[in-house]
Design a protein around this ligand. Structure first.
Ligand code: IPM
Ligand code: MN
Length: 389
């Protein structure tokens, strides 16, 4: 059954729209206005399978927003490898300013087999993260029911943690240079930039997030204090200083090499983990594998005070492109994170519930081509369950 609010929304078009504001709907000729919350979403399908998975994500977002009575307006942008090959441009002038007008960005994947690695990643993905100051990369690692876990004897209750990855500094900052390139004396330097401000805001976010998540309230700093004695000295000091403001949170520390071991052996030890950009990149691929693979791993590039961007973390998977066999669940889950971020928590939970229903009772595997369903069928299933569960 649709609520009256929903049938009104379905039956009439918007007459006035404003950013993050309300839409006014007039029904029939009676000047009866109805107000529905609406959000403007910038969609960047990007490369490879990005478009296919984003399409399913939008299918699910539309279904859940209809049920919950809010509207999502999408504007598509063609940034990616094809555009670059055509125009030589990664992000055109003014793109960032244009994007700032939106409530959130929904991204498919960046990476094209005909473009040298680094150009699109730096020119689009990292540029967006940096220019929009999305200083948090939030990556949940959660084993859903029915999902094959490569770890022996680990169950959904054992794998449920979140990595808070710093997203604008570290080795990703692009500091360094090269001398005597192409000679036997070549020198290549890539520096890790860690600022007190950047480290502290990330750690504070992690403490706040851990408190809000309210699971066991344990925050683990992942670093390498035994070798990176400048960078992780700053991280460690900041971590324990900020920890004093969160007496309700248990704090812990693990070296990055050791944490890869614990992810495999004792993933149940973790609740929230905070780490730098490079370590966060590496450990979240391992995290993705223990939650069932890249087909399910989603992430958010978050600027808590500004514009955030949500994406499946798996990449563009060129060899699966156009075959309707890629798993769209990671993109669908990224859509759920987007909704949570813009304040539609109930709908975000519905998406998660629907995804769990599909992993528990339908999919044979999360791997591309082995799901027992096509990409579009998986989208259809989740879209159905968000409306009936
Ligand atoms: C990720 C990706 C990116 C990163 C690449 C594509 C630049 O691996 O989002 O984890 O290293 O951050
Ligand atoms: Mn990565």
């Amino acid at each position: 059954m649709q609520s009256p609010k929903q049938s009104l929304w379905l039956g009439a078009g918007p007459t006035i729209s404003k950013r993050m504001g309300l839409l006014r709907y007039a029904r029939n000729d009676r000047k009866r206005d109805f107000q529905v919350k609406s959000y403007n979403i910038a969609v960047i399908p990007g490369d490879g399978t990005g478009a296919e998975v984003v399409r399913e994500g939008i299918k699910v977002l539309d279904a859940v927003s209809r049920r919950s009575g809010f509207a999502l307006n999408y504007t598509h942008f063609d940034f990616g490898g094809d555009r670059y090959l055509r125009t030589g441009e990664t992000l055109p002038d003014g793109a960032i300013e244009e994007l700032r007008k939106f409530n959130a960005i929904y991204l498919g994947a960046i990476g094209h087999p005909d473009v040298k690695p680094g150009i699109l990643e730096r020119g689009i993905l990292l540029k967006l993260r940096f220019e929009l100051d999305q200083y948090i990369n939030l990556r949940p690692v959660k084993l859903y029911p029915g999902v094959d876990c490569p770890l022996k004897d680990k169950k959904p209750e054992d794998i449920d943690f979140v990595v808070v990855r710093e997203n604008t500094e570290g080795l990703y900052a692009g500091a360094g240079g090269v001398l005597k390139k192409g000679t036997p004396d070549e020198v290549a330097i890539q520096e890790s930039i860690n600022t007190r401000k950047g480290v502290e805001r990330c750690i504070r976010f992690a403490f706040d997030y851990c408190r809000k998540r309210n699971k066991v309230k344990k925050l683990t700093l992942c670093g390498k204090t035994n070798v990176l004695t400048f960078a992780f000295d700053l991280w460690e000091r900041t971590f324990y200083e900020v920890a004093k403001e969160y007496p309700d949170t248990t704090v812990d520390y693990a070296h990055v090499d050791a944490i890869t071991m614990w992810f495999v052996k004792n993933p149940e030890w973790f609740d929230v983990i905070v780490t730098d950009n490079m370590f966060g990149d590496i450990i979240t691929d391992l995290g993705a594998m223990i939650q069932g693979g890249m087909g399910i791993a989603a992430g958010g590039n978050i600027n808590p005070e500004g514009l955030s961007m949500f994406e499946p973390i798996g990449g563009s998977a060129p060899k699966y492109t156009g075959k309707n066999i890629i798993n769209p669940l990671a993109a669908i889950c990224a859509g759920g994170m987007l909704l949570e971020h813009i304040g539609e928590e109930k709908s975000a939970q519905l998406i998660e519930k629907a995804v769990m229903e599909v992993t528990a009772k339908y999919l044979k595997s999360l791997a591309a081509g082995k799901m027992g369903y096509t990409t579009t069928e998986v989208g259809d299933l989740v879209a159905k369950f968000v409306t009936v569960l």
